[in-house]
Design a protein around this ligand. Structure first.
Ligand code: ATP
Length: 235
């Protein structure tokens, strides 16, 4: 479904990504783990067109999306939940969700999708008229995921969904990520510093260090790998 081929990304003279090759198949949950500053967020932002690569190619269902306008990339079926949520604080929960569907005109299906997100996150239904900025951190993360779902993505990019949240909320959110994957066959590309959690929910994983992919394997094998355990699981 998604293929990054020899991707390099620069911020001015700083090279953030080097020779990145990642392949994601339909229906998978793939995680990208690595330390602070390894290049994980840049990989997602390069995929969804916000920070275009300086060379290499990105194929989505066989079609190159490099240098495509991010709006078009969303319309093709890739949505991102950015690190730090970035919901619209002065809009209500419902208006935030409407914004997620702004490229769509299938009104009946949009209503059904909103009912679906209210079903998986009932707290958002209760708070639908409340301003987004007044929600708790966990509720804002639920809203950010739901807003991305309102674009009806085939591929959902999640950047650090656990960041700053209490463990009980994190578990709830990860259960829902798995549910979204299983119920809708939504493919998920998950960037996480909480490697233990990410590898437990993912099918396969990639390890990133200093802008390069240094390892890739099934999530089970990475969880059992001594180097990964020492570097990322604190074991
Ligand atoms: P974190 O988990 O802390 O978000 P990360 O693995 O997602 O880290 P990136 O945010 O992708 O890492 O950063 C990769 C490298 O690119 C880092 O060296 C970072 O300082 C640099 N970088 C990121 N954004 C910019 C920017 N807008 N301008 C210049 N350099 C940047």
């Amino acid at each position: 479904m998604l293929k990054l081929i020899d991707v390099q990304t620069h911020y001015g003279k700083i090279q953030a990504l080097r020779d990145i090759n990642i392949e994601i198949h339909q229906g998978e949950i793939i995680t990208l783990i690595g330390a602070n500053g390894a290049g994980k967020s840049t990989t997602l932002m390069t995929t969804c067109g916000i920070v275009p690569p300086s060379s290499g190619d990105i194929l989505f269902n066989g079609k190159s999306i490099v240098h495509m306008n991010p709006n078009r990339i969303v319309a093709m079926g890739i949505s991102q939940v950015p690190e730090g949520r970035h919901i619209f604080p002065y809009l209500s929960v419902k208006e935030n969700l409407d914004m997620g569907a702004f490229l769509r005109d299938d009104t009946d299906q949009i209503r059904k999708d909103m009912n679906y997100v209210f079903e998986i996150f009932p707290i958002l239904a209760e708070r639908q008229h409340q301003q987004g900025g007044t929600l708790s951190g966990g509720e804002q993360q639920m809203l950010a995921i739901s807003r991305a779902l309102m674009a009806k993505p085939k591929l959902l990019l999640l950047d650090e969904p656990s960041l700053g949240l209490a463990p009980i909320i994190v578990r709830q959110i990860f259960d829902i990520i798995k549910k979204i994957n299983q119920e809708n066959n939504t493919t998920i590309f998950l960037v996480e510093q909480n490697a233990n959690l990410a590898l437990k929910v993912a099918d396969r994983g990639y390890v990133m260090e200093n802008g390069r992919i240094t390892m890739t394997d099934s999530a089970g094998n990475l969880l059992a790998n001594d180097d990964v355990r020492k570097a990322y699981l604190g074991i």
